[in-house]
Design a protein around this ligand. Sequence first.
Ligand SMILES: Nc1nc2c(ncn2[C@@H]2O[C@H](COP(=O)(O)OP(=O)(O)OP(=O)(O)O)[C@@H](O)[C@H]2O)c(=O)[nH]1
Ligand SMILES: [Mg+2]
Length: 257
Amino acid sequence: MKEEIFVYFIGTAGSGKSTLSANFQKWFQLRGLDATIVNLDPGAENLPYEPDVDIRDWISLREVMETNELGPNGAQIACADMIALNTDDVKKSIDSFKSDYILIDTPGQLELFVFRESGKYTVEFLNPERSVICYLIDPILARTASGFVSQLLLSITTNFRLNRPQINVLSKTDLLSDKDLEIIKKWSDSTDEIYGAITTEEASIYREMSEAISRLIQEFGGHTQLIPTSKNKLSGIEDIYTNIQLLFEGGEDLMKD
Ligand SMILES: Nc1nc2c(ncn2[C@@H]2O[C@H](COP(=O)(O)OP(=O)(O)OP(=O)(O)O)[C@@H](O)[C@H]2O)c(=O)[nH]1
Ligand SMILES: [Mg+2]
């Protein structure tokens, strides 16, 4: 067995993290390979997969709410911090599966994992060297230029916080018209296109800010290719896999062993 690769699916609430994690595992299974799927969302209710490792075995959102008399949001925060206390057990459980790929479905709200220390700690604890972030951009929030740019800024913030190789994915593309998909692809290919679009869309008082943001994206986010995915026909998953293989194995294909 080769040393495993940890893939973290991160994105705003409802961006498709759990579905993509599930489909990635399905894609592996269809090729006769094994991937361990880990649910790190203590508040998850209906998962579209059967987790191999499940943080809910150690942390219960309902119990935290009742014991600490917290509302759902306060309890989510407490649970997110508690993840860090259970990383040792999670790691042991992951190790028992001996898979090449570990797929990690992160909590619904991105800020719970990205902004709080426990997310960063968890990534560093589980495997500091062989972790990659698969960042999901929700297409419904990316149909306007300013919406798209805000999503890219969140992706850059995630990169800044977790400091790991990152792949940007445009999820649920079946929900976009061909025209909207083309426009988003154009923006993702060229910072000039983004700049042109935000300065047209937004009032001119934002011009200076738009310029600065475009420069930031050019330097830190614009260079990453945006991979379109959809749950239909497991579309885009092969591209994500190829990108990850390039990052860690110099393109060597696991499937060929
Ligand atoms: N049309 C379409 N719907 C999708 C796709 N992927 C996910 N969905 C739907 O989007 C909703 C949210 O998907 P999830 O996979 O639960 O998203 P999530 O990011 O894990 O959501 P939270 O964990 O609650 O933040 C579900 O109703 C999915 O069926 C897709 O590719 N196409
Ligand atoms: Mg989810």
